[in-house]
Design a protein around this ligand. Structure first.
Ligand code: SF4
Length: 447
């Protein structure tokens, strides 16, 4: 008898991708076979994103398209953030859905599929946002998403920060850190399977371990990782994403400066630079801390690549406040900047402020900030021309190799295009010969 098959579509962020891959592992372990073909799949799963309005619309569109094309006997399951927050609405808006699963219950996917195959109605499988979670580590599932030689490794889920604009704590609940030993075990398994780059992710990596009573847990984790998996193990790069301002410790800076495996790269979403806007956002408003910490980091860590994210058009943002943000970006010269236009989210603290900034003003501020940053990024990229950089080769297009340097996190940063020969998955030295606003070009150097 042929195996039952599943097709999984993952929408949204890297954290969702990790959950999707973990669901796939559980299904495969239960005897289901993955398929690229939606048509051939017995079970179709969409791991949705419900973070902001455009992401919700994309999730609904995907579900509706799949529901309309469903053939008799196929099961369609909606999982993830959208169903966690708007489960009943998802069932109402997409009549073809057979089952739903909240984001904190992805580990129940096999039971859900079996229940649906036995004819159980979907409503019985919907978990309220605050339902207790099964410890995902109990099932021995690898909490990682692997792509070639690179893997996202989830170290915690949920968030206990009070950011007024953010729906994540409503969707994901408060911080739940994974036990240190479980993360290390996953790291060992990943490196053994050939992974060369580990990317540590959580909503806020600098909060790792707080709920476990561990102080400065991220530093402890990095210390243990580099001790247990030295460069000889094959683990060459460790990248840290999503650090919360105010929680980058001296120890973390020291580790980044002294352990060659920890990449000199930090993604620290700052969201704004005007203290009044930050206060309205319920974010750390001590901009002096940001100046001081970045100066300390840049002094201690040569070639530090800094990425950050800003929101423009937050309720009440004046032209003067926006100008402060532009001046800050001009002065700080970040390597990478991501910009979002404020999106009204019901249920959040900022919902009370409404969405008073007109869409065209948000768009205009977005364009001004992006234009400014593009020039800065280009200038910084140009400083790499003539230098040597290690590049992780991830693909090939026509005659060019495509890779990433330490300055590039997958999907959000730039690429390096190289002439020459190298294997996919290798980290090789390259001479940089050209620079664009986001990407670099070069040639493979002698090893
Ligand atoms: S730290 Fe990030 S995930 Fe947590 S509430 Fe703030 S913006 Fe949301």
């Amino acid at each position: 008898m042929s195996k039952l098959t599943f097709h999984l579509t993952s929408l949204g962020c890297a954290k969702n991708t990790v959950d999707s891959d973990s669901m796939a592992q559980l299904l495969e372990r239960a005897g289901y076979q993955p398929t690229q073909s939606v048509y051939k799949a017995d079970v179709i799963i969409v791991n949705t994103c419900g973070f902001i309005e455009p992401a919700r619309e994309e999730s609904y569109r995907t579900l509706q398209t799949l529901a309309e094309a469903k053939r008799p006997g196929q099961l369609l399951i909606a999982a993830g953030c959208l169903t966690q927050r708007y489960g009943q609405e998802v069932v109402r808006r997409v009549p073809g859905i057979d089952g739903i699963l909240g984001t904190r219950r992805w580990m129940d996917i096999v039971e859900l599929v079996q229940a649906l195959r036995n004819g159980q109605p979907p409503a019985a499988r919907y978990d309220l946002p605050n339902a207790p979670t099964v410890d995902c580590d109990e099932r021995g599932t690898l909490r990682a998403s692997v792509s070639g030689s690179s893997a996202y490794l989830k170290i915690a889920d949920g968030c206990r920060r009070p950011c007024a604009f953010c729906a994540i704590p409503l969707i994901k609940g408060t911080l739940v850190s994974r036990p240190l030993e479980a993360i290390l075990a996953d790291a060992h398994a990943l490196v053994k399977s050939g992974v060369r780059e580990l990317i540590l992710i959580a909503q806020d990596t600098t909060d790792y371990g707080h709920d476990l009573g561990i102080k400065d847990g991220l530093s402890l984790l990095l210390d243990r990782l580099t001790q247990e998996l030295p460069i000889e193990s094959g683990l060459q790069w460790i990248r840290v994403l999503y650090a919360y301002p105010g929680y980058v410790t001296e120890r973390l800076i020291e580790l980044m400066a002294t352990r060659p495996q920890i990449l000199p790269y930090l993604d620290m979403p700052l969201q704004h630079a005007h203290p009044d806007v930050l206060r309205r956002m319920r974010r750390p408003a001590n901009v002096e801390w940001v100046y001081r910490t970045i100066a300390t980091m840049r002094a201690a860590i040569p070639n530090l690549a800094l990425r950050t994210t800003f929101i423009v058009g937050y309720p009440g943002e004046t032209e003067h406040e926006f100008q402060t943000l532009l001046d800050f970006v001009r002065e700080m010269r970040f390597d990478r900047v991501g910009t979002f236009q404020f999106s009204y989210e019901e249920g959040t603290a900022s919902a009370a402020l409404g969405d008073p900034i007109p869409a065209e003003v948000k768009e205009e501020r977005y364009q001004r900030l992006m234009e400014l940053q593009q020039n800065i990024s280009l200038q910084i990229n140009q400083t790499f021309v003539g230098r040597k950089l290690d590049v992780l080769i991830e693909g090939r297009k026509k005659n060019l190799l495509i890779g990433r340097s330490y300055r590039d996190a997958p999907e959000i940063d730039g690429l390096v295009f190289l002439e020459g020969k190298a294997g996919i998955g290798e980290i090789i030295p390259a001479h940089i010969t050209g620079a664009m606003a986001y990407d670099l070009t070069g040639v493979v150097a002698a090893r």
